[in-house]
Write a protein that binds this ligand. Structure first.
Ligand code: CAP
Ligand code: MG
Length: 431
């Protein structure tokens, strides 16, 4: 009898009932040509847990208990249960190296997408999550019963620190709460980080005095960890409430480290997700954005971009809602591609709407995402015919109309800035 050289099928047991302590992962998969479904799903569970391509000389019997098990297959969807003993407490990179590692490169798979993971409370308890809740943030900024409104000076990079701070002042004077750096602006010869912080601090003091409201900013500290530590300290020393980190490009280790430092500094983290679309856009391959959102909530960010449903970047509403629910809810019930998740004591995160939003279409996303959110309107205010301050006013008037359930055309009849915004952009959906 030929010696068995593969044992992938040992990782399949459709009668297996996951234990309450198992991590349960939902994958979409497509076998490569001439690969059977069994060979494909066996490899997913094997290569992401204790398996390898060949049978081995002999294994201690206790290792059987560490094997991931395929327990359900439904068309191109497969569910895999992972024993909790496989996982290093509090270590997101190691989790990803397991369930989102080598398996993406296996020849036996034409496509593979990690859709979601349901984490047991035994796993969750090893994470602190955000150090502050969305309620804590509202209390600190004194903004209640509406989204936090913010804007990025546009074009996204090129302004001097002086020009940037001036646009920031105009944004704040138009009624917005937040001036945000763009994802690719950190520190340049024409807009040095330290200089921008000092100038924004001066402008913020002026705007707070003139408006009587708290004005804040998402200033981008992204960089090597030592640089981020230095920049976070400066923001703390200058009395800022937030820092901004491009969390996908800095990586989970950096985010987990900065979360703890930011708690010491009482700094909230605004997480920009630049580069996520390299991993999550292909519906057949990669990882979903709501899986990434789950990881970033675990890592402890306070805001995370969630898409718009209507703006310039690919983000269908059902995806925006999966991401928003993953970030905000205490308990998520399983629905279509979203797995059940009880978040226990892990605090909530603000979904951040951004990307091609302007006063003519804000209401469409407000209908879906609601007000427990951050709304970033950037080109959508700086492109206003009468400039930033009028643009910010127009965006706020659009929100007012939505809140009062008045058609924005009607509301625009008595609100000049909104009318001018609608004359320029109407209800167009940028792409
Ligand atoms: C939006 C934005 C944000 C995108 C990021 C930009 O500017 O500043 O980075 O929203 O995408 O650079 O495009 P506009 P997402 O409001 O002027 O479009 O929010 O999907 O992560
Ligand atoms: Mg941007």
């Amino acid at each position: 009898m030929s010696k068995k050289i593969e044992w992938y099928h040992d990782f399949i047991d459709l009668k297996y009932k996951p234990k309450s302590t198992d991590l349960k992962v939902l994958f979409y998969f497509e076998p490569a040509n001439s690969t059977t479904k069994e060979d494909a799903i066996g490899r997913i569970a094997s290569e992401s847990s204790t398996g390898t391509w060949t049978t081995l000389f002999k294994l201690p019997s206790r290792m059987k208990k560490l094997m991931a098990i395929v327990y359900e297959v439904d068309g191109n969807y497969v569910r895999v249960a992972y024993p909790i003993e496989l996982w290093d407490k509090g270590n997101i990179p190691q989790l990803l190296s397991g369930i989102a590692g080598n398996i993406f490169g296996m020849k036996a798979l034409e496509n593979l997408r990690l859709i979601d993971v349901s984490l047991p409370k035994e796993y969750l308890k090893e994470f602190k999550g955000p150090w502050a809740s969305t309620t804590d943030i509202r209390k600190r900024l004194k903004v209640f019963d509406r989204p936090l409104f913010g804007s990025v000076p546009k074009p996204k990079i090129g302004f001097s620190a002086e020009e940037h701070a001036k646009i920031g002042y105009e944004t704040w004077m138009g009624g917005f709460d937040i001036v945000k750096d763009d994802e690719n602006l950190t520190s340049t010869s024409f807009n040095n980080f330290e200089k921008r912080v000092k100038l924004l601090t001066k402008k913020r003091e002026k705007a707070e005095k003139e408006t009587g409201n708290i004005k804040s900013a998402f200033i981008n500290i992204t960089g090597p960890v030592k640089i981020m530590e230095k920049r976070a300290k400066m923001l703390h020393d200058y009395g800022w409430e937030y820092c901004m980190i491009d969390v996908v490009v800095t990586g989970f280790s950096a985010v987990q480290h900065m979360r703890d430092l930011c708690e010491d500094y009482k700094l909230f983290i605004h997480a920009h997700r630049a580069m996520h679309a390299a991993m999550d856009r292909n519906p057949k391959h990669g990882v979903s954005m709501w899986f990434l959102a789950k990881m970033f909530r675990l890592a402890g960010v306070n805001n995370l971009h969630c898409g718009t449903g209507v703006g310039k970047l690919e983000s269908p509403f059902e995806e925006v809602l999966r991401i928003s629910d993953t970030l905000r809810e205490k308990y998520v019930k399983e629905r279509d591609l979203l797995l059940e998740q009880d978040w226990g004591n892990i605090k909530s995160v603000f979904p951040t709407v951004s990307g091609g939003i302007h006063p003519g279409i804000m209401g469409l996303t407000l209908d879906k995402v609601g007000e427990e959110s951050v709304f970033l309107v950037s080109g959508g205010i700086h492109g206003h015919p009468r400039g930033t301050r009028a643009g910010a006013r127009a965006a706020i008037q659009s929100w007012e109309a939505w809140k009062k359930k008045i058609d924005i055309e009607e509301y625009a009849k008595t609100h000049k800035e909104l009318r001018e915004a609608l004359e320029k952009w109407g209800r167009m959906k940028p792409k």
